[in-house]
Each structure stands twice: as C-alpha cells, then as structure tokens.
Design a protein around this ligand. Structure first.
Ligand code: ATP
Ligand code: MG
Ligand code: MG
Ligand code: MG
Length: 463
C-alpha cells in the first residue's frame, strides 16, 4: 500500500478506508487501554490523530518509542472521530517506528519556543507549526509568481550567479576567487594580481540579475528572473539577508507607468493565490503571529495602491507628527521608518513612490526631463517598508554614458550594456521584488531570517 499525505486524507479520507501514512510524532497521550499520537508529515498544519490500541503487538515497548519527534509509518483504518474539531482519525493496525527521538534531549518540546531559539536549531525548526506554515506559503508564492508571468507570456531567464559587474553600485559585493585567500598574488603596487585567478579578473556573486535580464528583454520583449542574489549587508536588520531571492521582470516597450501597473497587478495576484491555496496557514498567522495578516491581504487584493512622487513623500514626512531617528530632507534616501510611516500612518495601504533624486539611485535609471530626478519607483509596504524597487531604464546612449561616468564607473567596462542602446534600443522598464520581504509581509513574520529555510546573515552560515 502506498502511503498517502495527511493533508489529502484530512480532506478526502472516508471512514472504513484502509490507508498508510508516514510522518513524525508531534504529541503522545497515554490513556488506560490505548494511546493517541498526533502525526504530521508537513503537508498541512493539522495533524492526523492515530489511535494506538493496547492489543497491538509489543504495545508497551512501542509506546516507549513513540515520543515527540520520532518518525513512524502507520497502517490502519480510518474511523469517524468522536473528538471535537476533527472529522476522522486513524485506528492503527500496524505501526513501525523508523527513528526514535530521545525525549530527554530532543530540543523541540511541547511548549512554544521563541524564533530566536529555533534559529539555533535551524535543522529542526521546520518541524514546528510556524515554520511549516511559512514554508508552505513560500512555496505557494513561488508557484503564483511563475504562474503570473507564464500566463502573460514572459520568458523565465536564468541570469548568472557569478558576474563581473556591481549592478547597484552599492559596494555590497562578495568576491569570488579560485585562489586560496593567503595565496592571492599582489602586483608591485600591492593590488591583487588576477592573472592566476580562474576568471582572470575580479568577479562577484550577483547582487541583481537586472543588467543581464535587460539583454534578454532586448530580444524576447518580456522576461523575468527568479533566483538567488547576494549582498554583503553589514547591517543586522530584520529585513536584510546576505543571500536572498529576487524576482526581476524586465519589459521592452514599457515605461514607468506600465511598470507600476504590472507590479501592482502582480502583488494582487500572489496574495489572491496564497489566500486560496493556503487559507489554513494564513489563518494560523493571523491568530498566532500578527492579527492584521488577513486584513492586510484583503487590503492588497481590493484596494488600489497609493502613488506619490518622492518630492510629495518628503513634504508629507516633513509635516509628520512623529520624531524620526533619521533625517528627512530632499536628496536623502528614505529609511524604513519613513517608508513605514507613509504606509501605516498616512495612507494605510501600500504606497508607490516615484521620481527619486538622481544621486541616490543607480546609474541605469532613466533621467527625467528635470534632470534632477529619475523614473524610479519603490513599492512600500506596511510593517516592512520597501519590498519592490523598480525603474524605467535609460535607453539613450549618450545620457547613459554620462551617468556611468558621473558615478565614477568606466563606460568601457559596460560596453555590452551600452551596445543594447547602440543597436535597436527601446524604452524599457522592470523591477526587483525581494522574495523573502514578500513572504515576510504576507505572513506577518517579524524577522526576515524566519521566512527562508537557511538564513545567511553576518556570522551565520552553518546550516
Ligand atoms: P533596502 O533599501 O531595503 O536596502 P535596496 O533599495 O538596497 O533595499 P534594491 O537594490 O532596490 O534594494 O533591491 C530590490 C529589492 O530586493 C528590494 O526592494 C528588497 O525587496 C529586496 N532586497 C534588497 N536587499 C535585500 C536584502 N539584503 N535582503 C533581502 N531582500 C533584499
Ligand atoms: Mg540596500
Ligand atoms: Mg532602498
Ligand atoms: Mg531599492
């Protein structure tokens, strides 16, 4: 008999059906002539209750092994459950313990553990309700993202992880080298000699696939990336990881308005999909993590996002009735406290801020006619701040060359990027969504480390 998944059994299982399940014991309750165990296999939040009768062979020995965390296979018959809150339960006829879990040392006890503690046992935290729910929602989000773009005929492109360019110019690069660090040869004036290094030049882990995605958009019109990106963030914040996933659509023949429209439709689609597919998990987040999760989802799906310019945002923040930690002034970047204020206090919904000052944005963003601002847009979300950063790209060769020089970069290093403007250039636009920020926003989880299976943060890369 093939084992069935618990989610499917709880949905479709009928009394008298013979079934087999496999999973991990969550709890055990011993009564006089029998015991109950709750088994979970990760397919859903709920456990399947298994009745273990004293008539089973070696009942006493079996019972000793059935502790929280043990892995089991159970065959038996489904029966209608007399207990409240569950439709059916499984009457065990054969029960095998694959691996025991010593109750003295098993770190996951019945009580609720803090997320900080669970991070120290990252190899076991996915066995908790919260992380089960997080990773199922994460999976649904990823599916919804592909579905959204595939339905609209976007091509999924795989951009390189090792690159030679710092797309954002923010200097948060991880270097990649084939040399042992202590053997890296130096030239006479002590700069690194890359001639013996694998690529013969400095290379880095990508901070964004955008520049390469632009290459693909200039042939396929609409493309998107969905892959890992890396930034040596020296800040220990609750919304920055050193390794995170980004979704970056890039559209030829598209301006900033088309870009904003797509981004808004995209977020609505993902929320709708997840609310449908993971309703039980979303209810759980609303009850246990943050009681605004369902209202937020509803707000995203049913209301238009606010759209304001950076200049308007600064005016609103200057008038704000709170004292910010960081200064607000035209020309300075918005910090998360400012971003959150606009969403949480001023508009009570996501806000799209456009037309940022040129000097605080990357070289590739299209210069506006005022020459002081660029056609950029950030989407800000309550509780998080920026979740999407996008822009129309500079498609004019001369303007782009000047921007590159103004930022202290060499146009010849980006000859291939400039070629896209030399041959068949078109207005084009795109955005980058931080996947973990989206999952964090959706689930109400307070720390970005808790929405990725293996968080990479300063001094944290063990598992
Ligand atoms: P922030 O201002 O929060 O540092 P950013 O402006 O540096 O973000 P972008 O370069 O615009 O980020 O990247 C696009 C998106 O990628 C962001 O809107 C955000 O959702 C996500 N992102 C950026 N840095 C990180 C990070 N270190 N960890 C997780 N997500 C990130
Ligand atoms: Mg940043
Ligand atoms: Mg930013
Ligand atoms: Mg940004």
């Amino acid at each position: 008999m093939v084992a069935r998944r618990i989610a499917e059994i709880l949905r479709n299982g009928q009394p008298d059906e013979s079934i087999k399940i496999q999973g991990w014991v969550r709890t055990k309750r011993e009564l006089k002539d029998f015991a109950f165990i709750e088994v979970n296999d990760g397919s859903c939040l709920a456990n399947l209750q298994v009745v273990v009768n004293a008539e089973l062979p070696d009942y006493e020995t079996l019972l000793k092994k059935l502790n929280t965390g043990a892995s089991v296979e159970v065959s038996g018959v489904l029966v209608a459950s007399p207990a409240k809150g569950q439709r059916i339960e499984l009457k065990a006829e054969r029960l095998e313990v694959y691996g025991e879990a010593d109750p003295e040392t098993y770190p996951l006890q019945k009580k609720r553990h803090s997320f900080e503690f669970l991070r120290t046992i990252g190899h076991l935290r996915s066995r908790t309700n919260s992380f089960g729910a997080v990773f199922r929602v994460r999976n649904a989000c990823a599916t919804a993202i592909h579905q959204f773009f595939q339905e609209r005929d976007f091509l999924w492109v795989h951009t390189p992880i090792i690159t030679a360019s710092d797309c954002e110019g923010a200097g948060e690069l991880f270097s990649v080298t084939s040399l042992d660090l202590k053997d890296i040869p130096r030239t006479e004036n002590q700069t690194v000699d890359y001639s013996k290094d694998f690529f013969g030049r400095p290379t880095y882990l990508t901070v964004s696939g955008q520049l390469e995605a632009e290459i693909m958009a200039m042939a396929f019109t609409n493309v998107y990336t969905f892959g890992p990106t890396f930034r040596a963030e020296n800040s220990n914040t609750s919304r920055h990881l050193a390794e995170f996933w980004m979704i970056e659509p890039e559209m030829a023949f598209c301006d900033l308005h088309g870009d904003m429209d797509l981004a808004e439709e995209f977020l609505k689609h993902i929320f709708k999909y997840v609310m449908e597919k993971c309703s039980e998990d979303m209810e759980f987040f609303n009850q246990r993590i943050d009681n605004t999760v369902l209202a937020t989802a509803d707000n995203i799906i049913n209301n238009q996002f606010e759209r304001i310019t950076y200049t308007e945002a600064i005016k609103l923040l200057e008038k704000a009735d709170v004292k910010f930690e960081y200064p607000v002034s035209w020309g300075l970047d918005l910090q998360s406290e400012h971003e959150r204020y606009l969403c949480e206090q001023t508009f009570k919904k996501p806000v799209i801020v456009t037309d940022y000052p040129t000097q605080i944005k990357a070289f590739y963003m299209r210069l506006n006619d005022d020459e002081k601002t660029v056609a950029a847009m950030d989407i800000l979300a309550p509780k998080i701040g920026e979740i999407i950063g996008g822009s129309q790209r500079e498609e004019r060769l001369e303007v782009l060359e000047k921007r590159i020089q103004a930022q202290g970069m060499k146009p010849e290093d980006l000859w291939w990027y400039l070629d896209l403007r030399r041959y068949g250039t078109v207005p084009h636009a795109g955005f980058g969504l931080g996947f973990e920020r989206l999952v964090q926003f959706m689930t109400g989880m307070g720390n970005i480390r808790d929405v990725i299976p293996f968080p990479r943060t300063p001094e944290n890369a063990e598992f």
